[in-house]
Design a protein around this ligand. Structure first.
Ligand SMILES: [Fe+2]
Ligand SMILES: [Fe+2]
Length: 198
């Protein structure tokens, strides 16, 4: 396997019903090594947005960098900045639901508010353009009772809808790499958490 995380040993079962503790010790050790490469895999996937303009004034990677840079320069914390950087990472595979993809990747590592913000930013960003496409710009109102409504609206208003300026000098992706590595180094929520703690 790629990334040098294959430790050579293999479990012996043909179906999981036959699995033993020894098998699962091998798999757990491999997962631990594989999980260390998560930040790199996420960053590699983000790079796929490079050169993808989709008609916008700047490409999707530059939009991501600009969104994150604006949030960082505005004093947002590291977790928020990483969410800003990755909020559109789902554009490659989630053409019809891109916020769901980013939200799923970030979910184990971020607060409920940040996860909600990423998961729902599509409807809130729509406030700035849905009316040009014959859609309802007030779609976000369906979330008006959420405690995260203002938080998400602010993200789109301050950093996402503003991040299409070809003149803006964003930080390069390298600037954010250590932040991504730190945020992805330890999950806060995962059904596998207990098994990973030993
Ligand atoms: Fe988006
Ligand atoms: Fe965006």
């Amino acid at each position: 396997m790629a990334d040098g995380h294959d430790m050579g040993e293999r479990a012996k079962f043909r179906e999981m019903l036959e699995g033993t503790k020894e098998d699962w010790d091998i798999i757990a050790a491999n997962s631990k090594a594989f999980n260390k490469g998560l930040a790199k895999r996420v960053l590699d996937h983000l790079r796929l947005l490079d050169g993808d303009f989709g008609g916008f004034p700047i490409d999707r990677l530059e939009h991501s960098l600009q969104t994150a840079t604006r949030a960082h320069r505005d004093g947002r914390d590291e977790e928020y900045v990483v969410c800003a950087l990755l909020h559109d990472i789902g554009d490659t595979l989630g053409s019809y639901n891109h916020p769901d993809v980013a939200a799923a990747i970030l979910k184990p590592f971020v607060s409920e508010a940040n996860h909600w913000m990423v998961a729902n930013h599509g409807a809130f960003q729509g406030y700035y353009f849905f009316h040009h496409l014959g859609l309802d710009r007030n779609l976000r109102e369906k979330f008006k009772d959420s405690p995260h409504y203002e938080y998400c609206a602010q993200f789109c208003h301050l950093y996402d809808q503003t991040a299409f300026d070809p003149e803006y000098k964003s930080e390069p992706l390298e600037f954010f790499v250590p932040m991504v590595e730190r945020v992805f180094s330890k999950p806060k929520n995962s059904m596998y958490l207990k098994a990973m703690e030993e």
